[in-house]
Design a protein around this ligand. Structure first.
Ligand code: NAD
Ligand code: MLT
Length: 523
């Protein structure tokens, strides 16, 4: 079998691959060249340089696995790979310590103007007064995104005697306590921190999570660091804040466009920058290369992958029977998590009827994956979902009853935070899943696309005005379910809509008299 390595990979990783396969290292290929060569290979190993587009994947007829030696899979069209049945794996832990150390190095370099002072001295100037710095000791560090790297940064900053605030809507109070950090909102972090660092994935929710409004709240001596992904901090707002002196400085390792030669950030004297070096250590590059090489060897030899992003790790024959239930549980859990919003404490999953007699473990894992994915995106897979839940102190309770009233089998999912919870029940008809109740209100919904769930008082002139709000904003309703309740009682409507509903429109719906709440689920 043949493996194509299309970005520089450490010798240790290459040596492992060479023991088993014919390995070609061809770096710097254009999309066309890659499309031309890819049909010959069973595996592709990349770092961040190669763009594995749909076009490349469509040409990859023998491909079984794409291995990303690093965390972010932003450069792989995972959807296209999944459609083609290609496993995508990453190496989520191999470079985490290097990225955390780089963040701390950037924060210290920023606090003491080290890069600027170095350049000044090398141009034969002796400017001691110009490069007055600040201590980090006793200062407040705000961490946005308290996952693997965020937590490691927090631990190291505690060693520097900093006080840590954190924003991560998917972290429980218990985990925050364990790490010795105080949970805050992004705005509180902006107001209270001397240093801010971001460690989220780049998603729709985190893009520009630090924007002009947040810079306006910051102290004039605040300093901000981005060693995660370009775009989490708005580059435009950051350039403006640096140029106007609204904040004291910034340290950036990652950019929206890399290399960022057109970025106004590079013209700011109070910005220090590195060319995406977070994972550039000998140790990290060995770790990620070896990890990905081991995954490729396992998968091409018929085994499973530990860090698969897009496939469940179950035997094919079990998979066939469980597949629609796995899909349903994952989707319902994703929907429930979106309804609840943040900081889940427990997932309860109950199986009723025939499904209760089967091995339901992959279904429970899929439910966990669906819930955690709302927070962690592609970092969660079927293999790591349970351990991620455990490390986040999210409990899982599974129960089974062999009786089921209306359907042969049903699955109920409940996600809980303190006294609040959301629950969804579904079943499988033929090979397709459907939602049959939301918070015990009877519905009949295909779980896909966009669904608005609106709690309301059962009285005249509530549903109509809501539909008018959507209609006037050009949102097409493709399906509607209204729960039953006594007149004046509380019930629920579920609206399938054909497009995303922006928050201002949901807000307008919530202002309709009789509407208690309206939330959008994206499946
Ligand atoms: P992780 O998945 O372990 O942690 C991400 C955290 O972000 C999670 O705890 C999640 O709950 C949180 N999060 C998700 N959405 C959020 C939101 N809307 N608001 C606040 N928090 C949110 O990921 P990680 O391994 O710690 O990686 C963090 C980032 O660092 C990623 O973007 C990764 O690509 C990047 N990275 C960069 C380098 C580099 O070379 N500079 C190296 C490694 C990783
Ligand atoms: C990652 O996502 O692992 C880092 O950004 C480092 C890299 O791209 O190799």
């Amino acid at each position: 079998m043949k493996v194509l390595v299309s970005d520089p990979l450490s010798e240790q990783g290459l040596a492992k691959l060479n023991q088993h396969f014919t390995v070609d290292v061809l770096t710097g290929l254009s999309e066309e060249e890659l499309v031309d060569k890819i049909p010959d290979y069973e595996a592709l190993v990349i770092r961040s340089g190669t763009q594995v587009t749909r076009k490349v994947i469509e040409a990859a007829d023998k491909m079984k696995i794409i291995g990303r030696a690093g965390v972010g899979v932003d450069n792989v069209d995972v959807e296209a790979a999944t459609e083609k049945g290609i496993i995508v794996v990453n190496a989520p832990e191999g470079n985490m310590l290097s990225a955390a150390e780089h963040t701390v190095a950037m924060m210290l370099a920023l606090s003491r103007n080290i890069p600027q002072a170095n350049s000044s001295l090398k141009s034969k100037k002796w400017e001691r007064k110009k490069f007055m710095g600040v201590e980090v000791n006793g200062k407040v560090l705000g961490v946005i995104g308290l996952g693997r790297i965020g937590a490691e940064v927090a631990k190291r900053a505690q060693g520097l005697e900093m006080d840590i605030l954190a924003y991560d809507p998917f972290i429980s109070e218990e985990r925050a306590k364990e790490l010795g950090v105080k949970l805050r909102t992004v705005q509180e972090i902006a107001k209270e921190s001397d240093f801010i660092t971001v460690h989220t994935p780049l998603t729709k929710e985190t893009r520009n999570i630090v924007d002009k409004a947040e810079f306006d709240l910051m102290k004039s001596n605040a300093r901000i660091v981005n060693c995660a992904r370009g775009g989490i901090i708005s580059e435009e707002a950051l350039a403006e804040a640096l140029q106007s002196g609204k904040i004291a400085g910034a340290a950036v390792d990652v950019f929206v466009n890399e290399p960022p030669f057109e970025s106004p950030l590079l013209d700011c004297d109070n910005l220090i920058a590195t060319p995406h070096l977070g994972a550039s250590t000998e140790e990290a590059q060995i770790n990620v290369a070896v990890s990905v090489a081991e995954e490729v060897i396992s998968v091409l030899n018929g085994g499973t992958a530990k860090n698969a992003i897009n496939i469940p790790s179950v035997k094919p024959e079990i998979m066939t029977m469980l597949a629609p239930y796995i899909q349903l549980a994952e989707t319902m859990s994703k929907a429930c998590a979106q309804l609840l919003g943040k900081n889940y404490e427990r997932l309860e999953i109950s199986y009723h009827g025939e499904i209760a007699e089967k091995d339901t473990r992959p279904i429970t894992v899929a439910a966990l994956k669906g819930m955690l994915q709302v927070a962690l995106g592609s970092a969660v897979n079927y293999v790591n979902a349970a351990s991620l839940a455990k490390s986040r102190k999210v409990g899982v309770i599974e129960s089974k009853s062999e009786t089921s009233e209306e359907y042969a089998s049903t699955i109920s999912i409940k996600i809980i935070r303190g006294n609040e919870s959301e629950s969804i029940t579904g079943t499988v008809i033929g090979n397709s899943g459907k939602i049959i109740s939301i918070n015990n209100e009877h519905v009949d919904i295909v779980p896909s696309g966009y669904i608005i769930v609106a709690k309301h008082v059962n009285k005249p002139n509530v549903i109509g005005p809501c539909c008018i709000v959507l209609g006037e904003n050009g949102i097409n309703i493709s399906g509607m379910q209204v729960g039953r309740a006594e007149i004046g009682g509380t019930t629920m409507m579920a609206l399938n809509v054909d497009s995303e509903v922006p928050e201002p429109i949901l807000k307008e719906m919530r202002s309709v008299e009789g509407i208690i709440d309206a939330k959008l689920i994206k499946l």
